[in-house]
Design a protein around this ligand. Structure first.
Ligand code: SF4
Length: 690
């Protein structure tokens, strides 16, 4: 029996894998504070993928006819060495790009940043967490000086009397999480903000809470309205504001004009509900404010998350035992993935790449001169937009991401991938991105490798090997270490996870995300390890109890305002919102291969209100075309009153003509680089056959 954690989302539910044959394992839930033994359907079926017939088992090289043919590892790695040298000579080192993933282990995420900067010599590395946590991270960094998704153990939520959750549908995305909402439900204090009546919003029925259903992309105005009431109706925690924050005066001015009746006109949420929400949040007994991608994946995502943080600070929640603010990380290692250096602007330990002290520290750890470490690269959307362009990336490595499906404005990303001189993809299935690759390298799956992940609480967990990998596959650490050798990198690269983790600990020491006191042995003993965990400490389950991470120890209230108030959609258009389904994870590369999950969700479905559908002549289950200037998607209609009449919903799990990201915009948040995934204008019509 092997104790490990689920391969999918950031809840990282604990599970036990038990041999069921010479080359197979079964799965059961394991008691752990976050999942309390529970698993969702994705977790229960996760082992089906380990020996799936689609599993890649040998490197594949595309021939002149566009057909992938098996090649040896020696040939594959030699070809990469020769291509990297050629591209560097022709265009310069920054013509090599690396795109990482929030599902990679801490060891791989760390090694990938080092590999890009030292072995390839490029600054052009970023990862798909830019599409996930970047706005929340930017907001937390500017407010608290530190970004850890939940700055408290998840189990703390259980004692809350009031929870305000904005833009997160955990009942579908991480079902075992909802156990932690029960205390607030029982107290009638679960407040869900979502333009859709999502599965989570439905938990507020029967007096157990309230569902606020604002118009799409008006969450920021709603938060300003609640904040206005908190300030004007005497709900501010005065001693906390005086003792632990700065910037209060600017906040009072910034929300002065956002009185509830004006906010009602913008959002559609009744003024009285806004007032009641503010008063409920200020009641004693424990209040938490949580945000998710629904409010963050916008061009104003950083400001909206900042508004939620401002509200929490005015109420005196962050760092107060039994209360708090947090954001719910999505990807399996969405937290650790952004701490160890695979971001364009960061070095390990969550250090800024432009910070001279950080560069000096990393140069010492890596044993290279400081000048050997390139400067900041391009955030994900800009990196993908540069593919094949003059001055852009001409050779791209992709690890643990499926950008052909998951990136916004997907048709242009596909064009970019096809214009590259050389594309290398590491994956265990032929994803839509791997299908475009010149060279595909088959890698290990979660149950075949050792390593660590960091869950949504900032708790470091052990991933353990339960099964030998297929003979033709290799770990990404092995691939990087061999390539580093072939490219004569100026630093050593290990292929042993524990050795890499030991180096990661040294790299992180003294940084914001300090792992120096964590080791495999203590994790194997089940010791809870929340970062920052400097050597000699006991870790930090609860952050900010005494001080925030800014030099003066105070949190910063940062005034924000909607840059433009979302208005009525142009005639004939609807607002498209995108999100996740219970059955699937991310771009669906894995979950679209699981029979039990496909049985209830096998293709794209558009959720549309019956009144809207009737006006468009669309019936339930009919084939529908959703289009805008960027592309057209086809989907089956699901008539449901859970969406607003001005809004339709598509999931982002399906490829090809069902890919919702054919429609989404690659316009980005100016602070975080987050694309606008959540609101897009579209026209919808019944499908006309050719
Ligand atoms: Fe896995 Fe997330 Fe489901 Fe838990 S909630 S079983 S971590 S997918």
């Amino acid at each position: 029996m092997t104790d490990t954690h689920c391969p999918y989302c950031a809840l990282q539910c604990a599970m036990t894998l038990t041999p069921t044959g010479p080359d197979s394992v079964g799965v059961s839930g394991r008691d752990f504070p976050t999942n309390k033994g529970g698993l969702c359907r994705k977790g229960w079926t996760s082992t089906e993928l380990l020996r799936h017939p689609d599993r890649l088992q040998t490197p594949l090289l595309k021939d002149d006819d566009g057909v992938h043919r098996p090649v040896s590892w020696e040939h594959a790695l030699g070809l990469i060495r020769d291509t990297v040298r050629k591209v560097r000579a022709q265009y310069g080192a920054d013509a090599i790009g690396v795109f990482g993933g929030g599902g990679l282990t801490n060891e791989k995420a760390y090694q990938l940043g080092k590999f890009a900067r030292l072995a390839l010599g490029t600054s052009r590395i970023d990862y798909n967490g830019r599409f996930c946590m970047s706005s929340a991270a930017a907001a937390a960094n500017r407010a608290f000086g530190l970004d850890r998704g939940l700055p408290f153990p998840l189990a703390d939520l259980g004692s809350a009397r009031t929870i305000l959750m904005l833009g997160s549908n955990t009942a579908d995305t991480m079902p075992p999480f909802v156990q932690h909402l029960q205390g607030a439900r029982d107290a009638g204090g679960l407040i869900i903000v979502d333009p859709r009546r999502s599965a989570t919003a439905q938990f507020t029925a029967d007096g157990q809470g309230v569902h606020l259903q604002p118009a799409p992309k008006t969450d920021l105005a709603l938060l300003l309205g609640i904040t206005h009431v908190v300030i004007t109706e005497g709900l501010v925690s005065r001693p906390y504001i005086a003792g632990r924050t700065r910037g209060y005066e600017a906040i009072t001015r910034s929300v002065a004009a956002w009185w509830p009746e004006r906010v009602q006109a913008v959002t559609g949420v009744p003024a009285e509900t806004i007032r009641k929400t503010a008063h409920r949040l200020a009641e004693p007994g424990g209040t938490y404010i949580l945000t998710g991608r629904g409010v963050e994946q916008h061009t104003n995502g950083t400001d909206t998350a900042t508004a939620a943080i401002n509200l929490s600070l005015l109420l005196g929640l962050p760092g107060t035992p039994g209360s708090g603010y947090g954001t719910l990380t999505g990807q399996g290692n969405g937290q650790g993935g952004r701490e160890h250096g695979q971001k364009a602007d960061q070095l390990p330990g969550y250090r800024k790449i432009t910070d001279p002290a950080a560069r000096k520290h990393m140069a010492e750890v890596w044993g290279v001169p400081e000048e050997a470490i390139p400067g900041p690269g391009l955030p994900a959307v800009e990196l993908l937009a540069s593919l094949g362009k003059p001055g852009g990336v001409h050779c791209l490595f992709v690890h643990g991401a499926n950008v052909a499906v998951s990136a916004p404005n997907a048709a242009t990303v596909l064009d970019g991938l096809r214009s590259l001189d050389f594309l290398v993809v590491c994956d265990f299935f032929l994803s839509e991105t791997a299908a475009e690759a010149d060279l595909v390298l088959p890698v290990l799956q979660w149950a075949e490798e050792e390593g660590t992940m960091t869950n949504l609480e900032g708790r470091v967990l052990r991933r353990r090997k339960a099964l030998a990998p297929p003979a033709g596959t290799r770990s990404e650490l092995w691939i990087m270490s061999r390539l580093a050798e072939l490219l004569e990198a100026p630093s050593s690269f290990s292929d042993d996870p524990e050795t890499v983790f030991t180096e990661l600990r040294a790299a992180s020491a003294g940084g914001l995300a300090d792992y120096s006191g964590v080791d495999y042995a203590m994790l194997d003993d089940g010791e809870p390890a929340y970062w920052p965990y400097p050597t000699g400490s006991n870790g930090t389950p609860r952050l900010f109890l005494d001080r925030f991470a800014h030099p003066d120890g105070r949190a910063v209230l940062h005034p924000v305002a909607p840059s433009s108030v979302a208005g009525v959609a142009p005639r004939g258009t609807l607002t498209l919102a995108t999100g996740r389904l219970l059955e699937h994870y991310q771009s669906g590369t894995q979950t679209r291969r699981v029979g039990d999950l496909l049985a209830t969700s096998d293709s794209q479905v558009i959720q549309i209100h019956p009144v809207t559908a009737a006006g468009l002549g669309i019936t339930d289950n009919a084939e529908v075309e959703i289009g805008n200037g960027r592309g057209t998607v086809t989907a089956r209609a699901q008539l449901t009153t859970t969406v607003r009449q001005d809004t339709v919903f598509l999931s982002f799990h399906f490829p090809g003509a069902g890919n919702a990201n054919l429609l989404t915009s690659d316009e980005t948040d100016p602070v975080s680089g987050m694309p606008e995934f959540k609101t897009t204008r579209v026209t919808v019509r019944a499908h006309r056959s050719a």
